[in-house]
Design a protein around this ligand. Structure first.
Ligand SMILES: C[S@@+](CC[C@H](N)C(=O)[O-])C[C@H]1O[C@@H](n2cnc3c(N)ncnc32)[C@H](O)[C@@H]1O
Length: 274
């Protein structure tokens, strides 16, 4: 796999994850990547509870809940340690949790074992950071949250195309991206300096475990909706771009929809596969 410095904080967190005894320890030890707000006494249960609130909210807002869900397969790209995966296993008959880091996948399995429906879970490693090891047309819904912004632009676009490839005709892709912002003139150059510094022996691995550095270094793209939708337009219909009312992001040919639960810096592409 070619060098992808934006993955350094995830790999550092993944290695640390493998050394922790309990899921609570994992949440605390990897606070710089997973736990933005709650401090060092957060438990895995509380962490999963935040996913339990978001899963039904997004499924409802995006019109993805149906009596058929229990017979359907959802693919989650970038599952982490299973914060949302637990909620998905309560809604869908099969959930395929995908992540670049094998340590996170193991913990995801454990988290779902405690708080979700483990018999509905499969995991799949995204070994090269851009290809899903899944059959075409094998998913009814392919979902990704706070993950594609962490990929290089080409990888994010390839994973978006992969989401379409693995979703059956008539199924839905539900993909979250980060939009351009006013502070990007500062954030993007600082981010690339931080990513370069991740490669410095000894200092880089330490830096990648610092919350502020990780936050600068891991946002590796700002894709416009047209860049995402354009290459896939022949394979998609009913294309919607969902955003906060405070966001100005537009997608040509896409219906703009708003929901104030969406981070103002994010947008979602929600579309049906032809
Ligand atoms: C911020 S976490 C989000 C986890 C989960 N979606 C959630 O909301 O709790 C981002 C996850 O994406 C994974 N990730 C980053 N780049 C990836 C890639 N190229 N392919 C697959 N997973 C990736 C990271 O390992 C991490 O687990």
């Amino acid at each position: 796999m070619r060098r992808r410095p934006q993955l350094v904080p995830w790999k550092a967190a993944g290695r640390l994850t493998e050394r922790q005894v309990s899921g609570d320890d994992v949440v605390r030890a990897t606070g710089w990547v997973f736990n933005n707000e709650k401090g060092s006494d957060l438990t895995l249960e509380e962490f999963v509870a935040s996913g339990d609130q978001e899963v039904p909210a997004y499924l409802t807002v995006f019109g993805l809940r149906s009596p058929d869900n229990e017979r359907q397969t959802l693919v989650e790209i970038g599952c982490g340690i299973g914060r949302m995966t637990c909620g998905f296993t309560r809604e869908f008959g099969t959930v395929v949790a995908c992540d670049v880091d094998p340590g996170f996948l193991e913990r995801c399995h454990e988290t779902v074992g405690r708080f979700g429906k483990i018999d509905r879970l499969r995991t799949s490693r995204v070994t090269d950071g851009k290809t899903l090891d899944l059959a075409p047309n094998s998913a009814d819904v392919t979902f990704s949250y706070i993950t594609l912004q962490h990929c290089e632009p080409d990888d994010a676009l390839e994973l978006s195309a992969e989401a379409v490839r693995v979703t059956r005709p008539g199924g839905r892709v539900v993909l979250n991206y980060r939009s351009r912002g006013r502070m990007d003139w500062l954030l993007l150059p600082v981010g690339s300096c931080v990513r370069a510094a991740f490669g410095v022996p000894k200092f880089g691995p330490w830096l990648s475990r610092q919350r502020i550095a990780a936050r600068f270094g891991w946002q590796a793209n700002r894709l416009h909706p047209d860049e995402v939708i354009g290459p896939l337009s022949a394979q998609l219909c009913e294309v919607e771009v969902w955003r906060n009312t405070r966001s100005k992001v537009q997608g040509h040919g896409a219906e703009i929809k708003t929901f104030d639960g969406i981070n103002p810096h994010h947008y979602w592409v929600v579309a049906t596969v032809r």
